[in-house]
Design a binder for this molecule. Structure first.
Ligand SMILES: N[C@@H](CCC(=O)N[C@@H](CS)C(=O)NCC(=O)O)C(=O)O
Length: 232
């Protein structure tokens, strides 16, 4: 059994997408980031960066005590290795998946997150900051669009953790002031992943948590991403 520390944001959706795709049993432990639950000592013990998602694997492959993992990219990689799924088996395919996974966590995720912040949450609208992050997000969409020009998936011929990492950050494209029509290869890939039954099941988990009573959602100063209103 996997315990998933989760809130319905793009980084949270990545892990439900993976778990639904491979059919690994999991139990969701909600971490209401709007209410500051990411700072609870019991959560910090498994996620010292006070961010969700995180997991605890109660049956790790080495047969040892429960193993915790934080950082969405590391969690996807850990679960891919554990299950032998969604990471290509050959060296070159694996390296493609790994580098695009890093590209998402180091590039697309932070840029899109800052776009959300400065466009929608910052108490003061700063045109320079909004333009900077909207333009960087646009550049990254262009990189992904080009990458998908001659292959169906981000890492190549098969669906991998790299696709799962990217998809939830494209879902709120309107909030990032991007139009998918401007990126036809990305749009084709996006529509294909949106229709996967596992993607539909993963996003169907979100409303259970957004429906929970929230104490101060969006008021917490450190919170970078409130729940995704585009969650489906
Ligand atoms: N690099 C981290 C980012 C995780 C992250 O930023 N999570 C946000 C929600 S999407 C969070 O927990 N925010 C709480 C806070 O800012 O205090 C990952 O990929 O897991």
């Amino acid at each position: 059994m996997i315990d998933l520390y989760y809130w319905p944001t793009p980084n949270g959706h990545k892990i439900t997408m993976f778990l639904e795709e491979v059919g690994l049993p999991y139990r969701i432990e909600p971490v209401n980031i709007g209410a500051g639950e990411q700072f609870r000592p019991e959560f910090l013990a498994i996620s010292p960066n006070n961010r969700m998602p995180a997991i605890v694997d109660h049956v790790p492959l080495d047969g040892g005590s429960p193993l915790s993992v934080f950082e969405s990219g590391a969690i996807l990689w850990y679960l891919g290795k554990k299950t032998g799924q969604l990471i290509p088996a050959d060296l070159r395919g694996e390296t493609e998946a790994l580098q695009w996974l890093f590209w998402q966590t180091a590039g697309l995720g932070p840029a899109a997150s800052q776009t959300h912040h400065f466009s929608h949450y910052a108490p003061e609208k700063i045109p320079y900051a909004i333009d900077r992050y909207v333009q960087e997000t646009c550049r990254l969409y262009g990189v992904l669009n080009q990458r998908l020009a001659d292959r169906p998936y981000v890492a190549g011929a098969s669906y991998t953790v790299a696709d799962i990492a990217c998809y939830p950050w494209i879902v709120p494209h309107e909030r990032q002031r991007q139009q998918l029509e401007d990126f036809p290869n990305l749009q084709r890939w996006f529509n294909h992943i949106a229709a996967r039954p596992a993607t539909v099941r993963a996003y169907a988990r979100a409303p259970e948590f957004t429906a929970l009573p929230l104490s101060g959602m969006g008021a917490h100063r450190g919170a970078t991403d409130a729940p995704d209103p585009h969650a489906r």
